[in-house]
Ligand binder design. Structure first.
Ligand SMILES: *Cc1c(COP(=O)(O)O)cnc(C)c1O
Length: 481
């Protein structure tokens, strides 16, 4: 299977090259040229498999440059201690918990396997360079990338985070990171400053030349990489199998799915699952107060010209959803010229309007909704009191939007983070005394996930802070002589 750029001006690439590149050379995103078929028989056969086997099967449909043995081994390594369970919340709603990985957020699912896929890709292309993974993070991605790439031969990781722009838990998670090939540095500025600084490093000819002389190449692990997107398709298929298995769903019946959305990677994976044949009914895109996507789905107008609101679901505080470009491409029937026009309008004017046919295609595929901060808090409280289920603020956005969009189908809500990662907001919502991990453990009568406990007792390894203007030198000092 070949992968083509959403902007139509780059040659098609095989999967290994697309995974190592991330972004296509024309600035577009790589998309599968066609969608493989998951037949009902194959879906039924998967019900007896483990999560690891299911994910290797699904990856195998898309990544036929890799053998099933290679993919199975990669999935074994990535998902060894990583359950991906579905829990029934009430008789209508189930939750797919994606946060049982090492950093307690759903990005682990992709970032535990991306390093495996990158190593395999480099081997296939006989690319012996060292890959330096450069990340700007608002919290979750940085830690997940550090965990994914730590001590991996042929790779090193550097994470820049905004000094005062991540939660205490997230900061500690990163600054105590183990591994000989990892590095973490705070930037005196906002997430946007860190991200702009990283983008400048990627396009800096001097930096790239200096690295090339040392046999190093910069790479990114952000959510537009195919190697992050495709592994996410598997958990939708797996959840469907589990729900048929536990009797919540009869085989072949449609399942509605609500996804808390930021960069549109998670929900796009659900859309891919539907396109290969998973019986999905409504697919609901849930936004927080940064409701650009909800507005687009209602009106066909994408308008980022608004102030970014900082919410209790920071991983969804996004005005330009990078993976949305792939949805535009697929739902316009692969019209790269149209995608190019819309993307250049977005960067020039901050706004574009979908042509009528594209708007109709979106209407047939996706439902939008959003939830303000007050309702996030009320939802955490009411779901806890009525159903005894503890939601994190991101998942609560989805739960609130899901409740407004119930049909006759069962509903699956995607849970993207452990509530113990956001104890301040969750404690406040519950009206608990205090706002620490221990306070939430007491209020919710449950213990926090292992990786979040005793974070305070771990030694801090990384204390550096740089100005935005110094990011480049900071990196080069540590990489080249
Ligand atoms: C990244 C993230 C999201 C948003 O996912 P996208 O794929 O960017 O839409 C939602 N919740 C949490 C906890 C996240 O870390």
């Amino acid at each position: 299977m070949r992968y083509i750029s959403t902007r139509g001006e780059a040659p098609p690439a095989e999967a290994p090259a697309a995974i190592l590149r991330g972004l296509a050379p024309d600035g577009g995103l790589y998309c599968p040229e066609g969608f493989p078929a998951l037949t009902p028989e194959r879906l039924a056969a998967m019900s007896k498999m483990t999560y690891t086997q299911r994910s290797a099967e699904i990856l195998g449909l898309f990544l036929n440059d890799f053998t099933l043995e290679e993919l199975s081994a990669a999935c074994e390594t990535a998902y060894l201690d990583f359950p991906v369970p579905v829990r029934a919340v009430d008789d209508k709603i189930s939750v797919l918990e994606l946060w049982h990985g090492p950093t307690c957020a759903f990005k682990d699912i992709a970032l535990q396997i991306l390093p495996e896929l990158m190593s395999l890709s480099a081997k296939k292309l006989s690319d012996g360079r060292r890959f330096h993974i450069l990340v700007a993070t608002s919290g979750d991605t940085g830690k997940a990338a550090l965990e994914g790439f730590k001590d991996r031969a042929g790779f090193s990781v550097l994470v820049f985070y905004p000094k005062d722009g991540v939660s205490n838990t997230q900061k500690l998670q990163m600054t105590t990171q183990a591994g000989e090939n990892v590095c973490v540095c705070a930037v005196n500025g906002s997430f946007d400053d860190a991200q702009t600084g990283v983008k400048e490093i990627f396009t800096d000819a001097g930096v790239n030349k200096a690295l090339a002389e040392n046999n190093i190449v910069l790479s990114s692990a952000n959510s537009i990489n195919l190697g992050r997107l495709l592994p996410q398709v598997a958990y939708y298929v797996s959840a469907y199998c589990d729900m048929v298995g536990n009797g919540t769903l009869s085989a072949g019946r449609k399942l509605d799915i609500t996804v808390p959305t930021g960069n549109f990677g998670n929900i796009l994976a659900a859309n891919y699952a539907k396109m290969i044949g998973l019986p999905v009914g409504r697919l609901i895109c849930a936004s927080n107060s940064n409701n650009v996507l909800a507005d687009f789905l209602a009106t066909g107008v994408y308008d980022r010209r608004r102030k970014l609101r900082l919410t209790s679901s920071p991983s969804m505080d996004i005005l330009v959803s990078s993976n949305f470009e792939r949805a535009l491409f697929h739902l316009s029937g692969g019209d790269a010229e149209l995608v190019r026009a819309l993307m250049s309008k977005l960067s020039a004017d901050g706004i574009y309007t979908a042509p009528a046919a594209l708007k109709r295609a979106f209407d047939g595929e996706l439902t939008g909704g959003w939830c303000d901060e007050k309702r996030v808090s009320e939802t955490i409280k009411s779901v806890w009191e009525q159903d005894g289920y503890l939601l994190d603020p991101h998942t609560a956005v989805a739960a609130a939007v899901a409740r407004e969009n119930l049909t006759e189908n069962p509903m699956l809500i995607v849970a993207t983070a452990s509530p113990f990662k956001f104890t301040e907001s969750v404690c406040a919502a519950l009206g608990a005394e205090g706002d620490t991990l221990e306070a939430l453990e007491t209020a919710a009568k449950q213990t926090a996930p292992g990786p979040l406990r005793n974070l305070g007792a771990k030694a801090v390894r990384f204390t550096s802070v740089t100005e935005k203007s110094g990011m480049k030198e900071w990196m080069l000092d540590r990489l080249v002589d």
